[in-house]
Design a protein around this ligand. Sequence first.
Ligand code: GLU
Length: 549
Amino acid sequence: MTNEELANLIFPNITKEIEDYEKEYPKRDLKEGAIVTRYAPSPTGFIHIGALLASFTGKTFAKQTDGIFYLRIEDTDTKRTVDNGITEIINGLKEFEVTFDEGPISETESNGNYGPYIQSERKEIYQAFVKHLIKEGKAYPCFCSAEEIDLVRKEQERSKARIGYYGSYAKCREMSNDERARRIKNGESYIIRFRSNGDYNKKIICHDEIRGDIAFPENDLDIVINKKDGLPTYHFAHIVDDYLMRTTHIIRADEWISSLPLHYQLFQAFNFKVPKYAHISPLAKIDEETGGVRKLSKRKDPECAMSYYHKLGIPYEAVRLYLATITSSNFEEWYLHNPDKTIEDYKFEFKKMSKSAGLFDLEKLNNICRNYISRLKADNLYNRTQTYLKQYDLDFYNIFTKDKDYSISILNIEREQKKPRKDISCYSDVKKEIWYMYDELFTNLNYEFQNINDKEEIKNILNTYITKYYDENDDKDTWFNKMKSLCDKLGYASDMKEYKLNPTSYKGSVADVSMVIRVALTTKTMTPDLYEIMKILGRNRIVERFNKI
Ligand code: GLU
């Protein structure tokens, strides 16, 4: 029996040839150097922060070169697929402004001319490619049962041989086509394996855009390319898809780097040009228990899930800045020198990307967030915060949005100035930092009075101040001078230098007195500018708050 007859026996209904698909999915008409790349997740129901890194990276390179960034759902491992997994990916990424030029837009619909973009819908296409390899003698049916494969593995372990289906261990490799046909006709179950022509003792040089040339032993494993369920394995599916979808760059996690020799070999088995590969280093962290570096873990690290950032209301731009900081060697410095530019102005380059794991540090992310939010205009922060609150804190949303201008005026305290306030690192911080400005929330209070603790003295200070020294029309200098006069009158030092020289001559200092007023108005010892707070509260509410003491 010829290879062609065997191929027809295995795939009688597959009539299309590779050339038919090449015509259906022609070369893309893009300018020279345009990068076509993809994000290709399995719909497992969990979006890892590494996914964001991979998709940001893919999108950025495509955008920088006027290329195409598409989404492809890799669901050939049906055991790992969850319901609504596709929607979760699309929505999860959209929250971080990662959108696609092509690919699924819901569980059932897609955009673009190179689809289907969901692998389980591409079965016939893969089978046409498998059929082609069988015809060429580059693939064959394998009848080994799981038990037989297991026995081979045990034997390899015992004799300290390399594990896998290769050489003399590849039992079905040299079977005659007649025997294959007989067993198929006999109804025996089988899978299809690639017939490797590699020699493990020879080297192959593979190129990675980030790491450069890497030498590997050639692949000599006859890997499974088509499973019992008729679907391909990842290795095979990505070859077919990236070829037909006209991918120029395969940007993916570095867990795949050791498969490069096999992937090169598969492209070459079809005489296809090998696309460029870029393997992104994983995100790691210092393990709290051992002190050693380890990959971020879905099980141990809540910050591993993208939902963590969303729930806290961490601006996606800040996450992106942070990821760029830990994965692109000169990004941080560039941003420091170009604080007014956006990340879009930075030219990402593969060779500047980290070759080793990027160390993930929440404290650093926090700082980037604080800086980022400190530069937002108040109305922008207001809009972002209200969108966040609408989803995560409806009670505060109602209070916050009741009087938009009022809330914006609070957010505007110490903003748009050389050293803006940096108390807010995420949208969920907004309530923590400004709740006391809302009378609805100014109940059940717990005042943090400091040096001046005596209730009578506190009342005396507040009373003297409001009756003799406070005028809501005062400008800041006058306001401060009056605070000092209040101190002089009550026996507190109005001048800090003088107080430091003669602390015993005074009951305390202007800092202590203004602390009393700050705590009485806000309960807190640390707030943005007290003068601004008082301006926004206005006389009546100040009196009301003083009277609560
Ligand atoms: N589906 C593969 C994964 O989730 C994607 C690898 C690739 O991008 O080619 O790891």
